[in-house]
Write a new protein. Structure first.
Length: 162
């Protein structure tokens, strides 16, 4: 974890000099060659600024063993204070936050033969007189339908493959 002084993609420096392929290639090759991955971050999007350019050059990397041992690990990008870099904070507690997980739409669901039928069924159920609350309720019903479809069709996928 630290200042690698390198970006991985164009969105790591949206303001400043244009990103060239040559400046991201070496760092990405290093990460791939060493079988590393970035630890997910929360907080600020950029870790360095000179008030004219903003970049994400500070990051935390992990290998597969860390990922398996600590799947809940995340890095918080904090406010920079008096520095031009934002400090990174990693919490090593061995318990994961048990709060509700955000819904993630999985692209493979859209290719399932029952996808549109499930979405239509969930969307047709009217709940509220308040229009915005009704939209919220319908989206929640679609979410539940997608979770059920994913659980029914794709749970234990590795067992099915074997």
């Amino acid at each position: 974890m630290g200042d690698y002084n390198a970006i991985r993609a164009g969105e790591d420096r949206p303001i400043g000099s244009p990103v060239q392929e040559s400046e991201i290639r070496d760092f990405n090759d290093f990460i791939e060659h060493n079988n590393l991955t970035e630890i997910r971050t929360t907080g600020r999007n950029f870790t360095w600024t000179n008030e004219h350019a903003y970049s994400r050059i500070d990051r935390a990397l992990e290998n597969a063993e860390w990922m398996m041992q600590m799947p809940h690990l995340e890095v918080r990008v904090m406010d920079p204070g008096c520095s031009d870099h934002s400090p990174l904070c990693m919490n090593f507690e061995d318990t994961e936050d048990k709060g509700p997980r955000p819904f993630k739409f999985l692209n493979h669901l859209s290719e399932h033969k029952e996808f549109l039928v499930k979405v239509k069924e969930a969307w047709r159920k009217r709940n509220e007189r308040n229009i915005m609350k009704d939209v919220w309720c319908r989206l929640k019903q679609v979410k539940q339908a997608m979770k059920s479809l994913n659980r029914a069709e794709y749970n234990a996928i590795w067992d099915k493959i074997q």
